[in-house]
Write a protein that binds this ligand. Sequence first.
Ligand SMILES: *Cc1c(COP(=O)(O)O)cnc(C)c1O
Length: 413
Amino acid sequence: MKIAADGEAYRILKAEQKRQVEGLELIPSENYVSKAVLEAVGSVLTNKYSEGYPGHRYYGGNFYIDQAENLAIGRAKKLFKTDYHVNVQPYSGSPANIAVMLAVLELGDKVMGMSLTQGGHLTHGHKVNFSGRYYDFCQYGVDRRTEIIDYSEVEKTALKEKPKMIICGATAYPRIINFKAFSKIAEKVKAILMADISHIAGLIAAGVHPTPFGLADIITTTTHKTLRGPRGAVIFCKDRYAEAIDRAVFPGIQGGPHDHVNLAKAVAFGEALKPEFKEYGKQTVKNSQALAAKLIAGGLRLVSGGTDNHLILVDLGSLGVTGKQAEAWLDEAGITVNKNTIPYDERKPMDPSGIRLGTPAVTSRGMKEKEMKIIGEFILRVLASKGQVTELKIIKKEVTSFAKKFPVPGITK
Ligand SMILES: *Cc1c(COP(=O)(O)O)cnc(C)c1O
């Protein structure tokens, strides 16, 4: 039986497909996967149980599953040009980070991470998250004036707090992360250095952002953001952490791996190993900078004054518009972004002063700098409309006919 036979489910699927084709997807953590990745995710490998690791499983029938997992591992090493140990089983980015903490820390240990309100991730020590509740986190952020990570402040805090582990990596930070500086600080205070490259993994693979390999002891990444693979994650580590990491993932926090997703990871890594992916990474950053330039020319203030990567943080404070309003108005016009706190935000996270946007998904549709200028103009018009319904309807029509000209991987391509 096909999904079309289930009217209720099919209607939802079709409507979401249409939304993805007709809208402009600017959430920087999102992307469009290829048909090949979708096929692997939607494959019969979902039927299998395979607790354990290749060659050491608790279930029979894993001959081909072992091949799939080994393919993903081999390609992951090739992609990041590394001989680090690789575990491809984490279900997603958050479980990967929890597994690292379980592997190398004791409950209550001191850890350092970037605060959520300044660009870090929930799992980097936010007080409502598992990380912040069960470990003793101290947090660093960005400099108030430059809005860039202040490495001398990070060093000062590290010397004072003596963390057992330092986490670098971010979820809303538009600038290059200096992994060398972090590794020097970690060495000085004898801390384990963990780099969470979830957002920028695709840019690192494409060679357009510096790599943490060789510098960080442990590296985690999601596979579904700039890397353009299925929802999931991977952990890389130096050999001395390999056994502890593997045991933390299974049986520490997970049971059977999602073998269909792991095959899809292998497929995505294979795609990222092709020369076209280098071009994709370069274009994603060029597009982000072109969009940033357009927004600045339109009078908007960007956090840190611009971007080095795939994402842009806009401070709407001076416009008298909140992040929540801007997100809702843009949604009405078919443009998807997310509201976001800006560093030292005086507003609450549910209605902050900023919006976060990025170019990974629109770049996957083949858009270039010229199109970014057009998208920038749409955004400026939406903000200027102050939410006026008839104006938003007019913009939505234009957005739809513009977006439909660009094929969507996995849907119309
Ligand atoms: C997205 C992200 C994660 C979490 O990934 P999920 O798959 O949503 O759990 C972890 N760390 C960083 C830095 C991220 O950007």
